[in-house]
Write a protein that binds this ligand. Structure first.
Ligand code: C2E
Ligand code: CA
Ligand code: CA
Length: 709
């Protein structure tokens, strides 16, 4: 064991001396003092390996000394062994908490004292050693890093030197020495380039020659303290390389330059990187199209030109893909990216070379159409764009059809800024989207008023749920065979404080755009289940009354769809078999095959699935085999065509036959006339709903209907 330098602080001289004696015998160097203040002074004056500290002392007790030591940045690691005449464990705990390393109860056994001291010293020794090693290691790492840096710098310098071609131009004899490296840089060997200055100057890119000469002359006249120029020079291959040339002249007594020498470096790669950076700053990385900054720049230029020459008309189109978010969320970002690049290419293919298309971000594109001859030009381009975008796209093994909503505004409205013009095109796009997607609309100043109203509506809708302004109406679904009510479809309504009862057509699109549709859908589901359970108890039928709930495709981006549905059922007490969830054919097509898994889990709850607006999606019917559905709801448009004079029943007939083959139920939507009803009965359509029977009813209406039936 290594001897240590030990301090003993104890007011009892007897004990102090005893300790000193015992430890000195073990060849430790020991100093004893009788008070805390003396001890602290000594500790601060010289290094100690260990302190033995008495707890109970008159002027300053052990705890106070310990606290001072631990607060002193000079004494952080000094191990302290506390000596206590008191066997109270509280004190020991307090000391350990304060940072003491060990303790000894007085009167102590000499062997124990020796042991404790040895252990504490050994620990300190180890700690010191560790700290030294760590510092050593850190120093070594730092040194090595510095050495590396130095050598790299040297290497970089050397490399740079080796890359430089050297030149030395004697202006008196007009001969120029060009080093081998200089010539190699251009793809020639030494013998292939002579010493005439023309060998150099004639190879400079025509566009760069003038500035080269200007700078050189300025330096000869001592207007520039040295010559430096970046320019292009022709390589043997015929391509131009970018070089950086630097030189310094020598002047004679009369101030005439007699000679100039310098270096030339190939900087083609650096220039390419710079150009790439510049390009990146102005382009969208994903599609390679111009970005917002570049678009605004071009648009501002077009606005400036039109101000001077109003006959140079142009138009701005704002294009937004319909339901892109659904595709992106359900098929994944890779599919979303692929879709965007494909659409970007298609848009570009519809335009003339001097038109500009930019991607603003997300699924938004802007198009600047210059030199618009008449209104027909823009109309034609818009139609071409819509058609090109609507071509099917394969996303994985899934065929998807995307449409776009387009807003248009033109220079005839005399804009003064690009931002204003884009804003108006955006407003028109929004109008088009609200009109039912896959449309375009041309901006009119009245739209501003409209846009403001929509904003207001969005704000109101956010509050509507909290204020309990949403409610459900229920349209009965009738068995066309028995004429009995088999269930209800819940239809959302909004009791707007100023505008009265609103139908979904006026607010659901906004809810979809803003994701408010997600909480709204969950609210509808819970409310409909709650209501249906009450009716079931009051009006028992066999099978029990069922309820249909319309689901937005957006909820399938939520992680807990199945759990939410299960919760709603459990909370309400409604049997799962009484709940039917409606998904439109459009949303099923837009969503992916991944959906079939979720749908299957919903089915496993016992819940039934319906395809709403069936027949309106222009898709193959193959998805019917992939999705576990129970019910087809024939879209209203087919039912309305059943009536004479057009009287087409083939589609309805075909859907009913298809459903029978697949063992699915059929509901005819929008039955308005007795005639349609009879025809559907003849076609053996099982179920129907429509104004002929009842519109959406409130609770009172439903009870009256059920009571009368
Ligand atoms: P939908 O699911 O096709 O609902 C049927 C729509 O047709 C309802 O309009 C209904 O009032 C109307 N209708 C019923 N019978 C007839 C008829 O004989 N003739 C005609 N011309 N129309 C009839 P509503 O209530 O305005 O709902 C419109 C759409 O809003 C619904 O179409 C549905 O897609 C959506 N929707 C309604 N409630 C909800 C909801 O709670 N959640 C979600 N996500 N969508 C809902
Ligand atoms: Ca429906
Ligand atoms: Ca429908």
């Amino acid at each position: 064991m290594e001897p240590g330098h030990i301090l003993v602080i104890d007011d009892q001289e007897l004990i102090r001396n005893l300790i000193i004696r015992q430890l000195t015998r073990q060849s430790h160097e020991v100093i004893g003092v009788g008070s805390g203040a003396e001890g602290l002074a000594l500790l601060r004056a010289q290094p100690f390996d260990l302190l033995l500290l008495d707890m109970i002392m008159p002027d300053m007790d052990g705890r106070a000394v310990l606290t001072e030591i631990k607060a002193d940045p000079q004494l952080p690691d000094l191990p302290v062994v506390v000596l206590s005449g008191d066997t109270d464990i509280e004190i020991v705990v307090a000391c350990i908490t304060l940072g003491a390393e060990d303790y000894l109860f007085k009167p102590f056994n000499p062997l124990l004292l020796k042991a404790r001291v040895s252990v504490s010293l050994a620990k300190k020794h180890l700690r010191d050693q560790e700290r030294r090693q760590r510092a050593d290691l850190e120093r070594q790492v730092a040194e090595r890093a510095a050495a590396l840096e130095r050598s790299e710098e040297r290497y970089a310098l050397a490399a740079r030197g080796a890359n430089d071609g050297l030149w030395d131009w004697d202006l008196l004899s007009d001969r120029v020495f060009l080093s081998s490296r200089w010539k190699n840089m251009l793809g020639y060997n030494d013998a292939e380039i002579g010493d005439a200055p023309a060998e150099w100057l004639d190879r400079i890119h025509p566009d760069d020659q003038e500035l080269f000469t200007v700078r050189l002359t300025a330096h000869f006249r001592q207007l520039l303290s040295y010559f430096e120029h970046e320019y292009r020079i022709r390589h043997r291959s015929g391509a131009y390389r970018w070089v950086l040339c630097r030189g310094m002249a020598v002047w004679d007594a009369s101030g005439r330059a007699t000679r100039i020498a310098g270096s030339q470096t190939d900087i083609t790669e650096r220039r390419a990187a710079e150009e790439q950076m510049q390009y990146d700053a102005l382009h969208d990385l994903l599609t390679g199209l111009p970005n917002r900054a570049l678009f605004l720049d071009r648009l501002d230029r077009a606005i400036a030109i039109a101000r001077r020459q109003p006959e140079r008309r142009f138009a701005v189109l704002f294009l937004d893909l319909d339901r892109f978010k659904t595709i992106n969320d359900s098929l994944g970002h890779a599919a979303g990216d692929y879709l965007l690049t494909t659409i970007a290419q298609r848009i570009q293919a519809c335009l003339r070379p001097n038109d500009t298309v930019a991607r603003l971000g997300g699924d938004e594109f802007t198009i600047l159409i210059e030199d618009v001859v008449d209104d027909q030009t823009v109309e034609l381009i818009t139609q071409r764009l819509q058609a090109a975008i609507a071509e099917p796209i394969m996303l994985g093994d899934h065929q998807s059809i995307t449409t776009a909503s387009i807003g248009i505004t033109g220079s005839s409205l005399e804009y003064s800024s690009s931002a204003e013009m884009i804003r108006d095109a955006d407003t028109a796009m929004y109008q088009a989207k609200m009109g039912g997607r896959a449309r375009h609309s041309i901006f009119t100043p009245l739209m501003h008023v409209d846009a403001m109203a929509k904003l207001q509506l969005e704000g109101d809708l956010r509050m509507a749920m909290a204020r309990g302004e949403l409610l459900l109406h229920y349209q009965p679904i009738i068995s066309l065979v028995s004429g009995r009510v088999s269930g209800f479809e819940s239809l959302i309504r909004w009791q707007h404080p100023q505008r009265g009862l609103l139908y979904p057509g006026t607010f659901l699109d906004i809810a979809e755009e803003t994701s408010l549709i997600i909480p709204i859908t969950w609210w509808v589901l819970r409310e409909a289940c709650r209501q249906a359970y009450i009716w079931q108890r009051e009006f028992p039928t066999e099978p029990p009354l069922s309820v249909n709930v319309n689901l937005s495709a957006r909820i399938f981006t939520e992680p807990d769809v199945v759990a939410q549905i299960a919760d709603a059922l459990v909370e309400s007490g409604l049997p799962p078999t009484s709940l039917k969830l409606e998904l439109t054919e459009h949303s099923l097509i837009a969503l992916s095959g991944d959906l079939s898994d979720t749908l299957q889990r919903i089915r496993d709850l016992g819940v039934q699935l319906c395809i709403d607006d069936f027949g309106t999606g222009y898709s193959s019917l193959s998805y019917l085999y992939n999705f576990p559905v129970n019910v087809l709801k024939i879209d209203r448009s087919f039912i309305s065509r059943l009536s004479p004079p057009s009287g087409q029943s083939e589609i309805v007939q075909a859907i009913i036959a298809l459903a029978r083959t697949l063992n699915l139920d059929v509901v005819a939507e929008g039955i308005e006339t007795e005639e349609q009803y009879q025809q559907l009965r003849n076609l053996q359509c099982g179920l129907g709903q429509g104004w002929l029977f009842a519109p959406g009813l409130d609770d009172v209406g439903v009870r009256a209907l059920l009571a009368g039936a």
